[in-house]
Design a protein around this ligand. Structure first.
Ligand code: CUA
Length: 346
């Protein structure tokens, strides 16, 4: 009888050890998978100091949670096997109730853990709120379904590509033109909501030059998923060069592009779009003054190539459901001419 119980206990212990080992292995492999560089923009692959703080807090919380999980589940599984009903011994087990010392311990310990998590979160918040050094300011305006970027210091208005100097603090003044959006570039910072008639401030600082994908993170209509952006961090010289190019008036166009300009200026386009230095000064859609220099079309739904631009112009809502830009039923020759013009606007 005693031998039998010992054997059972040994088996239960073995099982518990194996289970704890499997759990620990799963958690460790999951955490190393998270830490690897990934192609999708991951908040756990930070490229700026804000995201690095957030990822560090996440990893600390994950480790604490993993330890708690393994201990609690390990004890639970062990107890279930060790004290399960025996086939031979059907008598009622010894009835016990309460253990004051144990209960005090398992109340105080979790309370201490929760308080330390709270303090760590406060510290991270404090760090995220502390803006280092001088900053350039960009006004970020959410629209259904694209992001507008205004640089008041440089008198530049653009869309989809947020070009910033790497290694420098960039102030963001975030607002919305219509519904609530949320500005999120996971590798650079957490989310900041974009409300109409209200400015939320945030800041980003990219460690190195690079390209970082962003995404609207608040359900805002049928093309919420197509409301993307790209942060392009350049070195100082590259950023200054970009500023110079964006401040320049649009290029003089010739040939097909010049014909395309006529189509643009005499058609519906100017009702919604601005091109500096022309009669087009619509305010509904993106400013297209240097459209040809951008990476994406239609809120970064498609990469900016002539072929994609033709698809877009032929039927915007077909590319981006719900698109405010309607299908203008342009002839295919007008689509070709407009494409030649817009792609020339470097
Ligand atoms: Cu804007 Cu979702």
């Amino acid at each position: 009888m005693i031998w039998f119980q010992r054997k059972q206990a040994r088996q239960a212990l073995h099982l518990a050890v194996v289970l704890v080992g499997v759990l620990a292995f799963a958690l460790v492999s999951a955490s190393t998978a998270f830490a690897q560089p990934q192609t999708p923009p991951s908040a756990l692959n930070p490229k700026g100091i804000n995201s690095a703080e957030i990822a560090a807090l996440f990893n600390t919380v994950l480790i604490i949670a993993a330890v708690v999980f393994v201990i609690v589940e390990g004890l639970l599984v062990f107890s279930a096997f060790r004290f399960r009903k025996s086939k031979k011994d059907v008598s009622e087990p010894k009835q016990i109730h309460g253990n004051t010392r144990l209960e005090i311990a398992w109340t105080i310990l979790p309370a201490l853990i929760v308080v330390s998590l709270f303090v760590m979160a406060l510290q991270t918040q404090q760090k995220l709120a502390t803006k280092p050094g001088d900053a350039i300011t960009v006004k970020v305006i959410g629209h259904q379904w694209w992001w507008e970027f205004q640089y008041p210091d440089y008198n530049i208005t653009t869309a989809t590509d947020l070009v910033i100097p790497a290694g420098e603090t960039v102030n963001l003044e975030i607002t919305s033109n219509d519904v609530i959006h949320s500005f999120w570039v996971p590798q650079l910072n957490g989310k900041t909501d974009a409300f109409p008639n209200h400015i939320n401030t945030s800041w980003i600082k990219a460690d190195q030059p690079g390209t970082f994908l962003g995404q609207c993170a608040e359900l805002c209509g049928p093309s919420h998923a197509n409301m993307r952006l790209v942060v392009i961090a350049k070195d100082r010289a590259g950023f200054d060069q970009w500023v110079k190019e964006q401040q320049a008036p649009p290029v003089e166009v010739t040939g097909d592009a010049a014909q395309g300009q006529q189509v643009f200026l005499t058609g519906a386009c100017i009702g919604c779009h601005t091109i500096n230095g022309t009669a087009a000064n619509g305010q509904v859609g993106p400013n297209l003054t240097h459209f040809g220099s951008r990476t994406g079309i239609g809120g970064d739904t498609l990469p900016n190539t002539p072929g994609n631009l033709k698809r877009w112009l032929a039927n915007p809502p077909g590319i981006k459901p719900g698109s405010i830009m309607p299908n203008l039923n342009l002839s295919s020759s007008d689509v070709d001419l407009l494409t030649a013009y817009l792609e020339a606007l470097k």
